[in-house]
Structure formats: C-alpha cells, structure tokens
Ligand binder design. Structure first.
Ligand SMILES: *Cc1c(COP(=O)(O)O)cnc(C)c1O
Length: 407
C-alpha cells in the first residue's frame, strides 16, 4: 500500500500567505468598497524591458522556422548565456568556468533541490528569519524533526537581530549545510565581505557547505558590498551560489535562474569535482533545461542595452523603497534594510506582535504587509514591507500610513 511522505505533515508554514489572504478577505467583507493596498508582495510588478521582449520574440520566431527550430538544448544551459554570466562573475573578480554554471527555471527550485545531493542526515542551518523555502525543503527531505513554536527540531536557527545587524554569528555545534541570503529577504540586510569571510573560514574549517542565495544581488548599489560570495577568497572550496533573473529582470513569471557549483567545492566525503558532477546528474535526471525561449530572454537581459534597462527596473523599485523607508522614518518607526535591498524590515511599534500589527495596519490604514513572525521565530515583533509595486500605489499606501496609523 502506498504511504505518503509523512514529512509533509510536519510542515507548519504555508500558513503565512494563506492567513494573510484570509484576514484580508475578512476585512474586505466587513468594509465593502475599502481599497486595500498591498505592500506585502515579493513579486515584481513592472513590465519586461524592450530588449528582453525582443530577445524572447526572436527566440519564438526561430522556433517557427524549420531552418532554425531546435529541441532540447545544452544540458547545463545555452553556452552564450553561461558565457555572459561567467563574464559577469569575472567583473566581480571571480573566475567561474562554464561547466560550473547550471541554468535552471529559478532560484526557488534550486535552493530546495540542491539539498538532494547531500546526505539525508545533514544538519541544516538557516538565518532566522529566513526565506521559508530553505526550511520547508529541509523538512520535506526529512532533515528535521517535528515543528514547534520555537522552530523545527534538528534545524539550526542562526538569530539575525538588531544587535548583530541582522547578520548571524557562527553556528554553535556541528552543522552541515548553511543557507545564507544576501541581500536578505526578509530583513533587507546585506552582508559585508568580512562577514561572509567569517562563514567561509568556518565552513572550510568544519567541512560545512554554504548555500548562498544572491537573488537580490542586482539591488546592491554600495560598491563596497559583495555581489557574490565568490568575491571572498576560498569560497569556491566551501560554497555554491544560487541566483535568478526574477528580481533583477522581472522574470518571476518568465522563470530563469542559475546555480554555480564550483569544481573546487568539497565536503567531508567528496573530492573536488564530485559535488559539481552530482548536481549535473541531478539536473539531467530530474530537469530538462530551462525553456529555450526564456534563455534567449535572459541573454538579452545580459546584453549591454539589456543590463542598462534592468538597472532602470531596479532603480524604479529602489525609489519605492526610499518612499517607504523615508515615510516610516518620518513618523518615528524604526526601519532596517531598504537601501541595498527591496525590502524594508520594521520594528513593530510598542512591541506589538507581528500579527497584531498586521491587523492594526490593515484596519487603520488599509495597508497589507507581511508579519515578520512568518519568516521564523526571530521575526516576531517585526514586519516586512516590500518595494515591489507601482510607484503611485506605494505613495498612496505610505500617505495612508502617515495619516491614519495611530501610534
Ligand atoms: C524571490 C526570491 C528568489 C527567486 O526565486 P525564483 O524561483 O528564481 O523566482 C530566490 N530567493 C529569494 C530569497 C527570493 O526572495
């Protein structure tokens, strides 16, 4: 008789966004005609840029012509696309070879699936708060015990607090896989090169592997902050990196990402090269390459003109971030992030719980945000606002907070 993967029954998240929806729907039922403004989404809202659209169209046209039609593509992704990404790493002082880059359909699947090349008993460490995918995929893979209010048993939570600038101290005790996300979702904190170097040194010493999520790298404007963990000496021996076109080029619905698994990467029982080969084996077995149309869109995004246009997209969202941050600062709310990242992480006023503040914000200002407690135990007492949205809508939402929030 078939049995379910009982690890799914341990999952407690999946609760966050449905609960936001439930409370918003209930509010609207009680307040017919009210206009609810969303500052909670982690999804892009502005259209693809002209150069990207032209690239996608060219690829569609090529598929319509018998002379240029192609089927399955190169196993790790189209070579010109990987060349363009390697050139970008080179621009950050990191030398990455083409067979170290694996094009995928996004950073979310890669950040979950990557665990499968590691031992099922691996101890997983995450920043707390964190992007929920890292935790949930560890749960589904059987790498944790039961969920409690303090988190899942067996999972190592690395607190990210105001005191440590939202970058964690090194984990205590043995951990095997360490997720780091910078710029961070949800806190908007960006790790310095020195901070990343402490984890690289730790991982090399202990044989742990760092899974670095750089999905928001394009939002960094400070020239001193690292865009990739491979800017840190020795990182190729202990880290792999996941990235995406979603947030930098508006590909959240288009779907395109990549993962760099350096050949130098090792762990306790793997020689250099083996982890790279295992990820190749995993992807060629369970995934059949990103869409060829989409890869041409990604290549167009990396052209000189494409990059210029995507910088414009990022600048648009970062202007929103400034609107939100300045607006909250002006009424005395303590905010973090929002400078090199599209998320503003705010302390709830008067030490309210995240969900109590959610209700207050919705009722008084008609603005929907995301309770920090949904991202992990240390998110309690915080709240995430997102810079993704149309500038006019963001302005109206911030005005409403300024005028209607009773502090
Ligand atoms: C949005 C986001 C991603 C991107 O995921 P895709 O699957 O590429 O759309 C990855 N990591 C974090 C932390 C994110 O917020």
């Amino acid at each position: 008789m078939a049995r379910v993967n009982a690890n799914y029954r341990k999952l407690r998240a999946g609760y966050l966004f449905p609960e936001i929806r439930r409370r918003t729907t209930a509010f609207l039922a009680d307040h017919p005609g009210a206009r609810v403004m969303r500052l909670g989404i982690g999804d892009t809202t502005e259209p693809l840029t002209p150069t990207v659209v032209a690239g996608l169209r060219r690829a569609v046209d090529a598929l319509a012509d018998p002379a240029t039609y192609t089927g399955y593509g190169a196993e790790q992704g189209e070579v010109p696309l990987r060349e363009a990404l390697a050139a970008r790493y080179a621009g950050h002082g990191a030398s990455i070879e083409l067979d170290e880059i694996f094009i995928s359909d996004g950073a979310k699947p890669d950040s979950a699936n990557i665990q499968s090349i590691f031992d099922a008993a691996s101890v997983v460490a995450v920043q707390d708060p964190a992007y929920p995918v890292y935790v949930d995929s560890a749960v589904i893979g059987g790498r944790t015990g039961a969920g409690t209010d303090a988190g899942y048993e067996g999972m190592v939570y690395m607190p990210c607090t105001e005191e440590n600038g939202f970058f964690p101290a090194l984990p205590e005790g043995k951990v095997d896989l360490i997720y780091l996300c910078s710029p961070n979702n949800p806190t908007g904190a960006v790790a310095t090169k020195e901070q990343l170097a402490t984890f690289v040194e730790y991982a090399r010493k202990t044989g742990a592997v760092i899974i670095f999520d750089a999905a928001y790298a394009a939002y960094i404007s400070d020239p001193d902050l690292p865009r990739t963990i491979f800017e840190v000496d020795g990182a190729k021996e202990c880290a792999l990196e996941i990235n995406s076109f979603s947030k930098e080029a508006g590909f959240t619905g288009v779907r395109l990402g990549w993962t760099v698994v350096p050949k130098a990467l090792t762990c306790e029982d793997a020689e250099p090269g083996e982890l790279n080969r295992l990820w190749f084996r995993r992807q060629t077995t369970m995934f059949n390459e990103a869409s060829n149309i989409v890869q041409q869109g990604g290549l167009a995004a990396l052209s000189e003109q494409g990059r210029k246009e995507c910088r414009g997209l990022v600048a648009y969202y970062m202007a929103n971030a400034k609107t939100i941050k300045d607006g909250l600062d002006a009424i005395g709310i303590k905010t973090f992030g929002g400078v090199n990242a599209p998320y503003i992480w705010m302390k709830t006023p008067n030490d309210m719980s995240s969900w109590d503040f959610f209700d207050k914000l919705l009722n008084e200002t008609h603005v929907v945000g995301t309770p920090g407690s949904g991202f992990g135990p240390n998110g309690e007492g915080y709240f995430r606002l997102s810079a993704f949205g149309h500038a006019d809508d963001i302005r109206v939402a911030v005005d409403s907070i300024q005028q209607n929030l009773n502090l």
